[in-house]
Every structure is written in structure tokens, then in C-alpha cells.
Design a protein. Sequence first.
Length: 324
Amino acid sequence: MERNVSSSLNPTSLPTELSLNATADINATVKPFSVFNGCDNQVEAILFDLTLQSINVVVGIPANLLVIVILIHSRKEPTTSDIFLGCLAFMDAYFSAMTPISFLNLYHWQSKDVWYAIKFSYGVKDTSGPLFLSCICLDRFVAVLFPITFGQLKHIKYRLSLSVLVFCITFAYSGAKVVGGLPNFEKVFTGEILAAFTWMVLCNVCILWALKKSRGTGKDEMHPMKKKAFKMVLAILCIVVFNYLPPVALFPFEDHYSPDVFRCYVQPVGFAFLNISSTIQPLVYLSRLEKVPFLLDTCVKKCCTCVYAAINKIPPAENPPVQI
């Protein structure tokens, strides 16, 4: 009532008073933009994460591109999981390519728009990795434990549909991460990573148990194809445990940390193990290959060409004919 009386006596004072109050409220509630997300004085864990991501740039990008080229090269004899492996390699290469941009934005540009693009790439990594690995585990699980059903679902349309669904979930999550301000949004990732981790471990343990059991009575050696599948599943299980166990072990206890400690230390360390999977996953895939046909053939031909050229350049006096 007092403000109404005074404003009626002096009408011109109301807009000024409101504008001053509004400015004060904005200054009190809106935090200044920070590329470190409020961790400007607690950057150790963030730099640890970015240091591991630097490995993705040097090793991860070439490895993922090589995986994509191999999958394209072997398209005449594809496996059912190739589309998931290709999508995973593409997403990992994209995420790894954002690391130099992240460094530049932290210490040079400090652009809010670039920061949004980096947040989007983090959302892509948070979601695409666990979901595509879960799809690969599902594919192997059905193939080993339900071979008849697997034979009926071998058509590529099923895997394309599943891949499109994963892309939709990934981009929806990444967009929401960029927008921000959603209540309990961080718990969405915690729930997702817990569910994916549990599913992948359960799938792989069941597959390993089934393959071990399938040796038969009195047989010490496993069938070569089953042995190959056993090694692949064991490799995926090691990836899952190494890369996904730290965030699974840390993130559910968010309420036990102060907001600053969780945001500036716990999250970057947990995500660091998750992010380095962009290098580990393609390397594990490449290590399982008996050979990289087009790459090795090219290297052999190049080496042979160099050797022949070197021999032809040797003067006759230094290269006497062989006595028979």
C-alpha cells in the first residue's frame, strides 16, 4: 500500500524504481558465464579429464576412422553387429574431434556458443557409447543363447531401426543437456549408466557361461568360432568394467558430496574413464582382427616398391652377380 500511494503521488518514479529492482534481482540471481562451469578455482579434475581426452585425439580418431574404413571394406561379408560398431566409431571420432576445440575455448575463445557445442558433444558421448555397446551385447546375447530367434531377426532393418532409436535418444539427451535447468537432470545419466552397465555385465556373463558350457562332455577345446566369440565378449566385458565402473560407483552417491565437490571433482574423474573409451573401444576391435587386409597389403606393396627401387639404384660394382 505504501508503494502504491507513493507511486500515485509521483507516477514517474515507478518505472525507475522497478527497473532498478529488476536489475538488482538479475544481478543477484544470474551467475556470470564460466567455461569451467563454476570450477574456475578447482580445475585439477577437469584438466585430468582433458588430458585423457588428448589421447583420443592422437590415437582415438585414427583408430575409429580405421574401424569405419574396415567395416566399409568388409561390407560384402558383414556381421550383424557391424552397424552398431560403425555408429559407435563415428560418434567416438566426433567426440574426440571436439577436444582441441574444448582446449581452445577454455584458454582462448571463452565463447558461450562454443561451450554449448561442447556440451552437446558430451551429451552424445554420455548416451551413444553405453547404448550402442548395449546393442552389441544384445545382438551377441540373442545369437548365442537364442540362435533360432536370432536367425529370424538377422535382417538389417531391425538393427537400422534400433540404431535410429539410439540416435533419437542421444540427440534428445544432448539437446536437453545444452538447454540445462531441468530438475534432477544429472540423475537421468546416473540411471542410464546404471541400467546399461547392469545389462552389459549380465549379458556378457551369460554369454561367457553359455560358451563355456557348450564345449560338450569330454571336450577340452572350444569350437574355433565359439572361441572367437568368447574372446570378443570377454573383451567387451573388460571395456565395460574399466570404463563404466568408476561412474557407476561414484555418481549414485551424489547426495553425499557438496555440489561444488561433485561438479568439480567427482564428475570429471568419473567422466574421464568414460571418455577414454573412445580410444580403448576401437583398439580392442582392431586387436581382435587377424589382419587389416587393405592396410597391410598397401604397406607391403609400398615396402616392396621401396626395396626394389633401392636395389636398382645400387651401382653394379657394389652389387656383383651371385656365383652359382
